[in-house]
Design a protein around this ligand. Sequence first.
Ligand code: IMP
Length: 371
Amino acid sequence: MTASKTAPLEPAAVPEPERDRVVGVALIASAVEVGSDARVDTDDDERAITRFGRVAFAHPAEAEFARLMDFYRVKWAYEPTSFPLRWDGGRVAEMFTPDFYLPEHELYVEVTTMKQSLITRKHRKLRRMREVHPEINVVLLTRRDYYELLARFGYGAVDITSLPEEDIEQVLYSPVEIAERVAALGAQISGDYAGRSLVLVGLLKGVTFFLADLAREITRPLAIDYLAVAPWEEGQTERVRWSKTLDIDIAGREVLLIEDIVTTGLTLDFVVAQLRERQPASLSVCVLFDKRERRLIDSPIRYTGFEIPNAYVVGYGLDYRQLYRNLPFVCVLKPEVYARDHAERLARVNGREAARNTGTEAQAPVSSQSA
Ligand code: IMP
């Protein structure tokens, strides 16, 4: 693995536009050095810094791409070169720094996880790059390409969860993106509860991985307890009930309820009302995924990991019929998966009906999805 950064070069006055990329770096250094009016248009859609070994990545997708390259033993360098794209009176006005260079393939790779609608500017830059530096080989990995790549090669875990890659509609969040957000939530909670201790109450089962990761990011003394609401069953007439209640007495304690996902808000509303009856000193809610669009009852949520679109998601603790909880990423399954499953269940029900009607044993198809 190579991980190099461009060595800072001496600022230099540049008389003519120079198309050599190494000189380009000098141009940029020069433009930055000259003063605030010498604005260089950079290609940074950067967010938090992700640490991966000794390299500080600007975006989790980059850390993941590096991991993928390591997996395939492909040598890489992170942002080793800046290419000048446009000049203004002899100074560089615009530059482009591709995320990766793969020296064995003489290929530069730009990884962008911006939404398709936002990448027009990036495409324009790439076009310009190809005009100005036609000898340089650059590819752009869009959000879709990148997730497809991860789904195909990134995570061997897909095999052991019997989720065929073609059943995935879209990966919403990668493991690194989740880890980063969880760390940020942990830091925020630690700050808000400074000087106090708290009780984390996790609502089983989807919350297991989230709570385990979040608890380790919180730097306050804390106790952990769990609640579970009994799943609704076909034909059930009684109202919602607990299948696991608290072991800890939360009266007078600072309680943080941790939920995996909130959709209608019905579960959250019920749980919050029940917890309030136990008279905690304070009660706040932390939710990893919020499908706000689908809300029926609005309970206040203090900490939200991600607002997600209105789609059924699985992975990182979230299940579909008890499966897929151990996927390291969060994804949307293709509608065919549910349709196939529904058809199989319907066939089983019909099979049972037929058997009852004729008094014979009908052979129901076996579901590949049943837990
Ligand atoms: P709500 O009561 O409609 O807000 O639903 C909350 C519960 O439904 C969560 O605790 C999950 O167990 C489950 N749930 C809702 N949406 C999803 C999803 O997209 N994937 C997996 N489970 C979900």
